[in-house]
Ligand binder design. Structure first.
Ligand SMILES: [Zn+2]
Ligand SMILES: [Zn+2]
Length: 375
């Protein structure tokens, strides 16, 4: 295939502003034809997630150089030997954890913890083994099996989920990370039930997806909380019944309004303060579910006696406890019914060349999802 363009990270931790240090360089890339179990996907839209920023800052260490990007939608151009269920011309949403189906976690019905997919991601390789991307003969790593900030991606078939034709890729791309993590946490990990109450702390695209998930689960009261007042209006539009600026008043107000706290608190800010706030909002016997990814050194010390006496349940949620091949179609169906208006999770549409500017907006907290349009 001909050369195509994509965004490579060579050195993490460059100084702000990124419009000047330009951590992501747009270069010409090459890929071979798809091998067994692999697909070549023409990317239509890809969006920036906070996890991309943690690669750029070096907060999370990845093998470099790497083509980054892990939330995208596109169309299958070609398939390798043995690929069934998806073929050329099919629209797909890409997912950032390929679930192998055969490891101990996949066999135990916890594919969101897939050991094989996690190990391949950690090495910056495909689950089918090794890397495929090159730039002038130099091998490049693949971010989370996708390397989606590029015009084409070569991915394992487990990294793609077929979706109905004709949907807007600028909407569907956010289903690969934001919707699975936020919506999945509400519906799967927390397993909010009809008539329960929930609070979501941190109203980025993932937190807003958790608000949508809580509503889809039938929660009758959903509190949406953020430090920034500007983040509250979108949450209300998406179905939050109560919105609050984080702080002392939020805790007191919520406790009073719910007779002692909510059934579920979801932490989606990726900060220690957010976690502590979430933990202070649940009732006795309530559940705290945390999905944010703070820096590796961030720790919380737990007072054990109050934990026992209050009977609170604290759990982590990775990939929203989703089985991607089942859960992406499930969320896409909610989207088609108008119950998961993903358009509201997107604040900017940009071009690939403007990606460093987008990193600045992301770091400044000035954006929800920023979608790179390739067509
Ligand atoms: Zn992400
Ligand atoms: Zn597995």
């Amino acid at each position: 295939m001909p050369k195509f363009r994509g965004a490579v990270l060579r050195e993490p931790g460059l100084p702000r502003p990124y419009t000047e240090s330009r951590p992501l360089e747009i270069v010409e890339l090459e890929l071979p034809d798809p091998g067994p179990g692999e697909l070549l996907v023409k990317i239509a839209a890809a969006s920036l997630c906070r996890s991309d920023l943690s690669v750029v800052t070096g907060a999370r260490v990845w093998p470099l150089p790497m083509v980054i990007g892990h939330e995208a939608a596109g169309r299958v151009e070609a398939v390798g030997e043995g690929v069934a269920g998806v073929g050329p011309g099919d629209d797909v949403v890409l997912v950032y954890l390929p679930q192998c189906g055969t490891c101990v976690r996949c066999r135990g019905a916890e594919p969101w913890l897939c050991e094989t997919g996690g190990a391949a991601n950690g090495k910056g390789e495909l689950i089918t083994g090794g890397t495929r991307l090159t730039h002038e003969g130099e091998a490049l790593h693949h971010h989370m099996g996708l390397a989606a900030f590029a015009e084409y991606a070569l991915v394992a078939e487990q990294s793609a989920v077929k979706v109905p034709a004709g949907l807007a890729p600028g909407d569907t791309c956010v289903f690969g990370c934001a919707v699975l993590c936020g919506g999945g946490t509400a519906l799967n990990t927390a397993a909010i039930e009809e008539g329960q109450s929930a609070a979501v702390v941190g109203l980025g695209a993932v937190g807003l997806s958790a608000v949508l998930g809580a509503r889809a689960a039938g929660a009758d009261r959903v509190f949406a909380i953020d430090l920034l007042p500007a983040k509250l209006a979108p949450a209300r539009e998406l179905g939050a019944t109560d919105v609050m600026v984080a702080g002392e008043n939020a805790v007191a107000g919520l406790r009073e309004a719910t007779a002692g706290g909510v059934d579920h608190a979801i932490e989606a800010s990726g900060t220690l303060e957010g976690f502590e706030l979430a933990a202070s909002l649940v009732r006795r016997g309530g559940k705290v579910t945390t999905l944010g990814l703070p820096g590796p050194g961030v720790a919380h010390s737990l007072q054990l006696a109050p934990l026992v006496v209050s009977g609170i349940d604290i759990q982590g949620s990775y990939l929203g406890s989703c089985a991607t091949q089942q859960d992406v179609p499930r969320f896409i169906e909610l989207y088609r019914e108008g119950r998961f208006p993903a358009t509201a999770l997107v604040s900017h549409h940009i071009r690939l060349d403007d990606i460093n500017e987008a990193l600045d907006r992301l770091a400044d907290g000035e954006a929800l999802r920023q979608v790179i349009d390739f067509d």
